[in-house]
Design a protein around this ligand. Sequence first.
Ligand SMILES: Cc1cc2nc3c(=O)[nH]c(=O)nc-3n(C[C@H](O)[C@H](O)[C@H](O)COP(=O)(O)OP(=O)(O)OC[C@H]3O[C@@H](n4cnc5c(N)ncnc54)[C@H](O)[C@@H]3O)c2cc1C
Length: 481
Amino acid sequence: MTLPKQVLQALAGIVGSQSIRVSRTALETYASDGLPTHHRRPGAVVLPDGRDQVVRIVEVLAHHGVPFVARGAGTGLSGGALAGPDAVVIVLTRLNRIIAIDPSNRHATVEPGVVNVHLSEAAAPHGLHYAPDPSSQTVCTIGGNVAENAGGPHCLKYGVTSNHILELEVVLPNGEVATLGSRGGEPWGPDLVGLFVGSEGMFGIATRITVRLTPIPRQIQTLLADFSSVRAAGEAVSSIIASGLLPSALEMLDRACVAAVEASIYAAGYPTDAEAVLLVDVDGRDAGAVQAEAHDVETILREHGARTVRMATEESQRARLWQGRKKAFGALGRISPDLIVQDAVVPRSALPDVLERIADIAATYRVKVSNVFHAGDGNLHPNINFDRRNRDEFRRVEAASAAIMSACIDAGGSITGEHGVGIDKLRYMPLMFDGDTLAAMRATRRAFDPEELSNPGKVVPVHACREWSAARSLRRAEVVA
Ligand SMILES: Cc1cc2nc3c(=O)[nH]c(=O)nc-3n(C[C@H](O)[C@H](O)[C@H](O)COP(=O)(O)OP(=O)(O)OC[C@H]3O[C@@H](n4cnc5c(N)ncnc54)[C@H](O)[C@@H]3O)c2cc1C
């Protein structure tokens, strides 16, 4: 433990000795998130029970120059919620009150530790829901969703988290409390909410979040189509998007993923002999219009060689089909000691080629890759099952991950669609951004947090930005002189 004793005493004085963790065993719980390849044990963990405690904690840490990392449910898939021994993890799951639901203005104000699906459940009696629905929505928190700008299957039509956040109360890294945005609509001036959403905890801690609520669609039709090739399924996705239709969700699972789902308690009745299945939702107010749109989607699916297209309108049938998709990572997690859920984006027209490229990479590096992803958004999730204890296999998994990222960038895509950069993707940032751009990102970070105390060492690879390169050249020159 490297944290000064007086800091630990001050923290215990704020949260009470029962709400601070310092033992090696207790800290181990917080040494990972949803990605198994990174492990960092923090110096201490505190579990505040309200906003005022968060403010006092951050004030103490800022005073002593101690870095900190906010943590929601720890389902992140890029190592974003991890902290080293010199830092304190601030767990926000006890800040879990839904403060207000305002149905007439269609918004809700929540604390950051509210679990995503609990908000939709609370809004349902008003005919409303919180639209961004990550597959982890039964566990992940709205605070974590804000930090990662989370997406989800139905974000294709309804937009990702950034489209649904109106106002944020944030504790800045020096302990000051600021309000960004406005629940009444767009404020004048720079879009600070837009800047904070997706900033992965670099700018401070969101302690109160006002979100837009969206009417629950009255009519929903779900289609399940299966294909004898991944390419055909990918081409069907590109055609649906190119046709101007806008399904509310358009998801793909490949054969390996279907096999894992069907062998688990989440079995949804997907055909196990298909190379790929597409799960599509169309929704709206009017039954006739929804049926017509479902028919148009079906036509395109069949034109691209769908072997069968099943329709589900009953809620129980739809729920079963969607449970298989949303629990697919859990089903994959059963089949090996470790699972990496990768995340990247490609233009939708590039899907068929990139999926073939990923299959080639899997063969080259002899790793088991399966795909389940938000196909309509071009947001890929190649998953790699492996056993970390097998060093050779682990090296091949890391090399395959890097090759997949390069393939996505080559196709005009990006290294993350929704899981963030965290620690894991720092190494890929220079593949996408030059030194000047990274330096600009760092300067933005320092405008909020000059000491870089909030979630340090994440997102912006300091070593690659020009500022650092310049300092390095200077140091070299000094050495030579
Ligand atoms: C099975 C599974 C399925 C998933 N499916 C999806 C999906 O469909 N779409 C998707 O986008 N993601 C998905 N994820 C990834 C993950 O659930 C999301 O990134 C989610 O938003 C993380 O929320 P969390 O509460 O677990 O945050 P954590 O993992 O605890 O933290 C994530 C980041 O947010 C920061 N943070 C947390 N709370 C705050 C706060 N209040 N203020 C400031 N920063 C904060 C942390 O410092 C960290 O950098 C999935 C993960 C799993 C395990």
